[in-house]
Design a protein around this ligand. Structure first.
Ligand code: F0G
Length: 447
């Protein structure tokens, strides 16, 4: 339990970037839900059965069978995590000058598209960038915009369409089956493959079950299967809805694309039956993918996120509504209207949550998605200024979450005193991981 003085020292040493903190200086770590969950006893037991054969291990076939059974895709390629799946898939099928539409690209997905010299275009529906409006499927893609993108770009310059379920950068909001069907129709019209960024597919399936008419009596597994059946492939980070600490995959229905991916895999990740993972990791993912579709697990998971959202919202704190599946997103722009996007209101709020209570969240705003001005002017702002409090799976208890709510409420009461930050050091891409900041006014408020 680091003291306030220790947290202050840690913040300064980290250049006010919460990614730079040592984890033992954090009291409640809501930086991410990725790889931070607790594995079940069945997963740990399964790891003891890990077959570490270099080629053709039993663990790979268990993993492959599970992924095929849930997704229905014909070719399954393991990778060490989601971004490796993205890098391999995009290297195989995305060329310079292409446009890749997505409801909203997450940070690594966007960076991997841009790294190929292509444009990552976000086409979420207008309500998806309005934190306050309450609608069931704010992750949906804008179908008219998608069609317009095909018409203006030319289908030959759109190598794939992606839909991220749930929409992580946009408040963890789900995508409806109806919207997936409509995206599929447009993809068919322009003869272009559709891929899911499937990191949180089970949470999305749960939202469809409870919010979309006609799905109330279907199991999450049946719903997930239907979601995947509308796509030609997916990338997956098993660190989220694989309930594992590491792992991922690309799955496709196209054997030529699969062959290209496997060749790239051998270059950087490993042989196609382990893809950068140990046999025991493949076992953990295989079991995790089954457990994550358990109705009781999903009900508890979604409810516990909602519980935190209700507490902070009841105290008058603006959040993205309704709450997402894996996280509560605080609306920093609404809470700190006096701090302009180029002085990073969400970064400011995230720093204060840590300073005040040792709670580590993550900025999803202009630091992560804004564009630096090449002439040294203010950054082009992101669509929203959010602080994401991501809830690791099966890890924290209700009393931990009560503490988080108390910290958020306490910090919000000092909003007016907060001042923004400037960036003093940044990388050419994915700057949020390593950038260093300086408070614009000493203390940054909130003390
Ligand atoms: N796609 C989405 C929607 C993600 O949320 C992430 C990771 C990735 C792809 C990349 O997967 O981390 O296994 O390489 N999101 C984490 C987060 C890091 O904090 O939301 P990865």
């Amino acid at each position: 339990m680091p003291t306030r003085d220790q947290r202050e020292t840690a913040l300064e040493a980290a250049g006010y970037n919460l990614f730079g903190l040592r984890a033992d200086k954090v009291i409640i770590d809501l930086l991410t839900d990725s790889g931070t969950g607790a594995m079940s006893s069945a997963q740990w037991a399964g790891m003891m059965l890990g077959d570490e054969s270099y080629a053709g291990s039993r663990s790979f076939y268990r993993f492959e069978d599970t992924v095929k059974a849930i997704t229905g895709f014909t070719d399954v390629i393991p990778t060490h995590q989601g971004r490796a799946a993205e890098k391999i898939l995009f290297t195989a099928i995305v060329d310079e000058g292409d446009v890749v539409p997505n409801n909203t690209h997450f940070d690594t997905t966007r960076a991997n598209v841009e790294y190929q010299g292509a444009e990552a275009r976000d086409l979420v529906n207008a309500e998806g960038t309005d934190p306050a409006v309450i609608l069931p499927f704010k992750g949906n893609m804008d179908i008219d915009e998608l069609r317009r993108t095909f018409e203006s770009t030319g289908a030959d310059r759109v190598p794939l369409v992606m839909v991220t379920v749930t929409n992580n950068s946009g408040g963890g909001q789900p995508v409806s089956m109806q919207n997936l069907r409509e995206v599929r129709e447009v993809c068919d019209e322009f003869d272009t493959p559709l891929f899911l960024d499937a990191c949180r597919f089970a949470e999305n399936a749960w939202f469809i079950k409870v919010r979309e008419p006609g799905y109330e009596d279907k199991t999450p597994r049946e719903i997930a299967h239907e979601m995947f059946s509308l796509a030609d492939g997916c990338t997956m980070s098993a660190k989220k809805d694989g309930l594992a600490n590491i792992g991922g995959f690309v799955a496709v229905n196209d054997s030529d694309v699969a062959a290209q991916c496997r060749n790239l895999l051998i270059l950087t990740e490993g042989f196609p039956t382990y893809g950068g993972l140990a046999g025991y990791d493949l076992e953990a993912v295989a079991r995790g993918l089954e457990e994550v579709l358990d109705e009781n697990y999903l009900k508890y998971r979604i409810r516990s996120t909602e519980y935190l959202a209700e507490k902070v919202y009841a105290a008058g704190i603006p959040i993205v509504r309704p709450p997402g599946g894996h996280a509560v997103y605080l609306d920093a722009q609404a809470l700190l209207p006096h701090i302009p996007p180029y002085e990073y209101p969400a970064q400011t709020l995230a720093v204060e949550l840590y300073r005040n209570g040792g709670v580590r969240g993550v900025e999803i705003g202009t630091v992560m998605f804004g564009r630096p001005d090449p002439n040294g002017g203010p950054d082009e702002p992101a669509a929203m200024e959010l602080v994401r409090l991501a809830i690791p799976r099966r890890t924290y208890t209700q009393s931990h979450i009560d503490y988080v709510a108390e910290v958020v409420i306490d910090v919000a009461s000092e909003a007016e005193a907060m001042r923004g930050y400037r960036i003093v050091e940044q990388a050419p891409w994915l700057r949020h991981f390593t950038a260093r900041f300086e408070p614009i006014a000493p203390g940054g408020g909130g003390s």
